[in-house]
Write a new protein. Structure first.
Lengths: 193, 162
């Protein structure tokens, strides 16, 4: 899986303040409302995909591409929420964004046994171990987000180290998510990279 | 009236077979969102049809047949939900033998719809056509009928307001 967010050489302080005080109005509400419905559709397709994988061993390609598009869209929005990128995130499953590069290879075959293992034991071997690590990382992420905000305000740049850490956290979460969504059989590594 | 030739199973790409199969599985949408309202399945089938109808005639046919077959099932189940709600909320409405009769009828219709849809999903996955009573003909007509040139293919033209 490829998950990269391009490090912006320069970020606008004006946009940072605009996003901070009015972002909820012109970015988060419009995107949130649409994403709520699109996400609901994604949940329906995910549920149906589970049964299709169980019987055929394949994730329907159209459904898979929809889920990847949804992840890209949410990540596009996240980069603005976390001040990693300027500009207005594009609406749409198929929209492009130069700053976000996410590629999840389509699996020709998925293990049905693994599907059931995830269903019955996913809590123990995925959600709990990754959840604990991600919980602590989320605390670090929030601190990085807060510090990053001030650094951008004064310098107009998000330090590479902070950017890499924040990208790594989002990457980690996405890897766990696609594993639990049955989009891959590869167990997510405990790694930011 | 002219119709496009039917694609044979070996000519249909795997992806189209999966998309056609997915149409019938929209009957599980209500379960997926956790809302036991029959209309959810119909909404899901409508969305699925409009997303996929341009992909190919094969997918168009199956997604429309799935959508059309949802309509009577939804109406029958919706009537049951309203009747049950009236009994629950209104004191002058009681559980009657007629209600139970209708509930069994609705359950039987849903079960029949479920079985037929599973068969259709299986056939679609194999790249086969499978025609429901009545709806099969309507869906075939809509998906495979060749329209004369100039009908429905005019590009939209933007015009100024005055």
């Amino acid at each position: 899986m490829t998950f990269d967010i391009k490090h912006a050489a320069q970020l606008s302080r004006g946009e940072l303040l605009l996003r901070t005080f009015f972002g909820w109005l012109y970015i988060f509400i419009p995107h949130g409302v649409v994403l709520a419905f699109v996400g609901l559709w994604g949940a329906i397709l995910g549920f149906i995909s589970f049964w299709i994988i169980l019987f055929t061993g394949r994730y329907p390609q159209s459904f898979f591409e929809f889920q990847v598009g949804l992840i890209r869209w949410q990540t596009r929005l996240n980069t603005r929420v976390y001040n990693m990128e300027d500009g207005y995130p594009a609406f749409g499953i198929n929209a492009k964004d130069d700053s976000v590069n996410i590629d999840i290879p389509y699996p020709e075959k998925l293990s049905r046994g693994m599907l059931l293992v995830k269903l019955f034991f996913g809590l123990f071997y995925v959600i709990i171990p990754h959840g604990i690590v991600l919980f602590f990382l989320a605390i670090g992420f929030t601190v990085a987000w807060f510090i990053g905000w001030w650094i951008i305000l004064f310098t107009g740049k998000l330090p590479v180290g902070l950017h890499e850490f924040m990208t790594g956290y989002l990457r980690w979460g996405t890897r766990v998510r696609i594993y639990l969504m049955n989009m891959t059989d590869t167990y997510p590594p405990f790694s930011l990279s | 009236m002219e119709y496009a030739p039917l694609p044979q199973p070996e000519e249909i790409p795997e992806r189209e077979k999966e998309d056609a199969m997915g149409a019938y599985l929209m009957m599980f949408a209500a379960v997926a969102v956790g809302l036991p309202l029959p209309v959810i399945n119909l909404i899901a089938a409508i969305i699925y049809y409009f997303i996929n109808r341009k992909k190919s005639r094969f997918v168009h046919f199956h997604s429309l047949q799935s959508l059309l077959s949802q309509i009577p099932t939804t109406l029958i189940n919706w009537a049951l939900v309203i009747w049950a709600a009236a009994i629950f909320f209104r004191e002058d409405w009681k559980l009657t033998p007629e209600f139970w009769g209708y509930a069994i009828f609705a359950g039987a219709c849903t079960l029949l719809y479920f079985i037929v849809s599973i068969i259709a999903a299986y056939k679609a996955r194999q790249g086969k056509m499978y025609y429901f009573l009545l709806f099969g003909k309507i869906a075939y007509e809509s998906a495979f009928k060749i329209h004369p040139p100039g009908v429905g293919d005019a590009s939209p033209v933007n015009r100024p307001p005055f």
